[in-house]
Design a protein around this ligand. Structure first.
Ligand code: ATP
Length: 751
């Protein structure tokens, strides 16, 4: 008869054991992936093992391979770097090192390994897998392990993830850590911009990226830099003159500062490095500019992870566990990727080989090929950045008679100013007259139009809110006046930047085309709202900044809650009746519960949640807990009421306080993503209008510009009417609802 403890032992022996390690350079978000891997693995009935110090931990074994419990990963979601260390390990490059690694894994009964690293680490993992059977045989032959043990673990499952600040892996649109790094760069450039402007200085800023210009390109777009150097796009032979011409023109127009962003791997057409000192020489000698160089270095790696990186790493960590568990001998190892707004899998070695091919193409001066291998978003961003740089052709082009107006409406949000700036600059480069309409539809009705000059929008990428001013007035009752003013100013194209109001207004104008010829022009709505509730797009400008504001606030609140040892904070977030901010904010800040309007709240829910919180505090009192509540989820169970119930029912185990984030969520400084999306959407809107000029207007010429599954889409506004829940002011179909089960799992609800 088996004793209960030997039964337990046997059960544990056959439990699937999943190990994971971080390797190569660290990146922010790695900790979120560790947390997700451990919790999802445990939730799926596996044991999770952390391998400390990268492959060195595999080779050394012993205390460097440690079984993780649920609460071992508590509190790491918000921290940068990696809690289990990362390293480069020479020994693992040799078969003898990998033999030790095989022994250390198999003797613990582990045959599943998740590796988070760069192309080198993933290549190492693939070699390890291909040698696994041979390594096992060698261990059996030398008597180190039994044939039975080898038989039980004859297949090694490998799953790769990419933690890299460079965003240099082909096959995935984003790598873990790149977004945070971009935040650090943009913060630094913003800080440099003010001193550059005060002293009329030129600053040359070197950012990381040996073979990949993603960080430099995106930072340049987000900060409105004057010039950019990246490895994939070496400048023309005449770059020194070209750059000086543009900078001179900028000064003539009144710009006081010069910002030049240089990728550390930037090259000229002869494959010679373009270094900051060389650019400084050019500016000093040819333009006599007071020029400084700033190399950002390792600040780019550090700090707290952004909302995006936490979410990406969490979703990818969860997917990695699923993949490792469904792996089979004949299936190639997968790489967990992010494409078209989905967590996907691509064959690991194909992605590695394509990544190496980019470096080779650059080396071989095949820049066209290098560019083609990068993902379409990268190429699109480069084209947009080009279209906003004044070049000789643009400077000489004469004015046309095309008149385009842009207005902001609804509530303010981050990225609106970046959109206005890009629309104005792009329009001026094309010789158009661009009118800014102040104070939304009220301003339009009152004829509050201003013809914008190039310098009028200088520095607007980094400004939060709306410089044009917004309000919630819809054109509904004053359509006649709207038409009159548009006709008076001869508007041939209209861009409306805003949230649900902007979409509703556009639908109204389009619907009234038969009554008012002034509306028979191309019109575009750029979705911009913290709530992310506009139909026709998966993302609105402003929602990324809002998520980051929520995450920052929750991190701070959590510190206070943890210090008190026994506190639950009920944090109220915006969103109207759309639970996007609560859900994604909850995932990124590690909330134990999120309440959203789409699901509602019942008394039964609250009672379960009280029990759940008690369970949490019984297990660990050191950690404060966050509950996120969407502002409109219930008229009865308000933030205050929920907190009072938790306080009453939780005493003496825990108490409860509230925090209403309110307008703080609009953000003080727009996130890089919102600036880039604002800029990109505005240029695309201008091009959309351009394409319709002179053509017969149909309903396809009034669109909501959006991102759907990673692609930019232009959806005719009338076709969106059936996709929108007008009463609830949100799309009927919301992609992010599928994330909610994971949110519950990570908060231990399903256990
Ligand atoms: P990063 O992009 O941050 O540099 P990386 O994963 O490319 O990350 P590498 O230094 O190339 O960084 O590799 C990290 C570790 O992965 C190495 O120290 C080594 O232990 C292992 N590794 C890399 N290449 C191989 C290989 N060909 N065979 C076995 N192990 C390897």
């Amino acid at each position: 008869n088996e004793s209960p403890s030997s039964k337990q032992q046997a059960k544990s022996d056959f439990k699937r054991k999943v190990a994971f390690l971080m390797s190569g350079g660290d990146s922010c978000g790695m900790n979120a992936s560790i947390r997700a891997i451990v919790r999802v693995a445990i939730a799926k009935g596996c044991d999770a093992y952390a391998v400390y110090e990268g492959y060195q931990g595999l080779v050394t074994g012993n205390e460097l391979i440690k079984k993780m419990e649920w609460n071992d990963v508590a509190g790491i979601l918000s921290t940068g770097g990696t809690a289990i260390g990362t390293a480069r390990c020479k020994e693992f490059r040799e078969r003898s090192g990998r033999l030790k690694a095989c022994y250390n894994l198999v003797s613990l009964g582990i045959d599943s390994l998740i590796v988070n690293g760069g192309d080198g680490s993933l290549t190492g993992a693939d070699i390890f897998r291909s040698e696994w059977n041979g390594l096992l045989q060698e261990l059996v032959d030398s008597g180190k392990i039994t044939a039975d043990l080898a038989k039980r673990h004859q297949h090694l499952s490998i799953v790769g993830m990419v933690g890299s600040i460079d965003n240099d892996m082909v096959g995935t649109e984003m790598t873990i850590g790149a977004n945070t790094s971009l935040h650090r760069i943009v913060e630094a450039i913003d800080s440099i911009s003010s001193t550059a402007s005060s002293h009329q200085r030129a600053f040359i800023i070197e950012v990381m990226g040996r073979h990949c210009g993603w960080l430099a390109l995106m930072a340049s777009l987000a900060t409105g830099a004057d010039w950019l150097f990246i490895p994939e796009a070496p400048p023309a032979e005449t770059w020194e003159e070209d750059m000086c011409d543009v900078l001179k023109k900028h000064r003539q127009l009144g710009k006081r500062k010069v910002i030049i962003v240089v990728s550390e791997g930037a090259l000229d057409r002869n494959n010679q490095p373009i270094k900051c000192e060389k650019i400084k020489d050019v500016l000093s000698k040819k333009l006599n500019y007071d020029t400084r160089v700033t190399t950002l270095g390792h600040v780019q790696r550090g700090g707290f992870p952004t909302a995006f990186d936490r979410i990406l790493a969490t979703l990818q960590g969860s997917k990695a566990v699923e993949e490792v568990l469904s792996s089979s001998e004949n299936k190639p190892s997968p790489l967990i990727a992010y494409n078209e707004n989905k967590i996907t899998c691509v064959p690991l070695m194909e992605a590695v080989q394509m990544t190496l091919a980019v470096a080779k193409a650059v080396e071989a001066k095949d820049f066209k090929r290098a560019f083609e291998l990068r993902d379409p978003d990268f190429r699109a961003a480069y084209e947009i950045s080009e279209s906003l740089v004044l070049n000789k052709k643009v400077l000489e082009e004469s004015k046309t008679s095309v008149k385009i107006a842009i207005l902001n409406c609804g509530a303010p949000c981050a990225g609106m100013n970046a959109a206005t700036r890009a629309a104005v600059r792009y329009g001026l480069h094309k010789g158009y007259i661009v009118y800014a309409v102040y104070n939304g539809f009220d301003g339009l009705i009152n004829g509050d139009f201003k013809e914008m000059k190039w310098m009028d929008v200088d520095g607007w990428t980094m400004k939060a809110g709306s410089e044009l001013g917004v309000n919630r007035t819809l054109p509904v009752k004053n359509l006649g006046m709207v038409a009159y003013q548009m006709q008076k100013f001869g508007i041939q194209g209209l861009i409306i930047v805003g949230g649900f109001e902007a979409y509703t207004s556009l639908a109204k104008l389009e619907e009234n085309r038969p009554n008012y010829p002034a509306f028979c022009i191309p019109m575009v709505c750029i979705p911009a709202t913290v709530s992310n509730n506009v139909p026709g797009t998966e993302y609105s400008i402003g929602s990324d900044t809002a998520l980051n504001a929520i995450v920052e606030a929750c991190d701070t609140i959590k510190c206070s809650a943890s210090a008190s040892r026994n506190r639950v904070f009920v944090v109220e977030v915006q969103g109207g009746r759309c639970g996007y901010l609560a859900t994604l904010g909850g995932l990124a800040s590690g909330a134990v519960r999120t309440y959203i309007h789409e699901e509602g709240i019942t008394l039964n829910d609250i009672s379960n949640d009280v029990d759940h919180l008690k369970k949490h505090f019984h297990e660990d009192k050191r950690i404060g807990r966050i509950v996120l509540r969407n502002e409109s989820v219930s008229d009865t169970y308000t933030t205050e009421v929920l907190s009072n119930i938790f306080q009453e029912e939780g005493t003496p185990l825990f108490d409860s306080k509230t925090a209403v984030l309110g307008h703080l969520q609009q953000g003080r400084i727009p996130s890089p993503m919102d600036r880039i999306r604002g800029t990109r959407f505005a240029v695309l809107s201008m091009q959309f209008i351009e394409n319709w000029l002179g053509k017969d207007i149909t309903s396809d010429s009034a669109v909501v510009l959006g991102i759907q599954q990673g692609h930019v889409v232009y959806t005719p506004v009338q076709s969106l009417v059936k996709e929108a829940d007008a009463k609830m002011r949100r799309p009927k179909d919301q992609w992010w609802l599928s994330i909610r089960p994971l949110l519950k799992l990570l908060a231990k609800y399903d256990q």
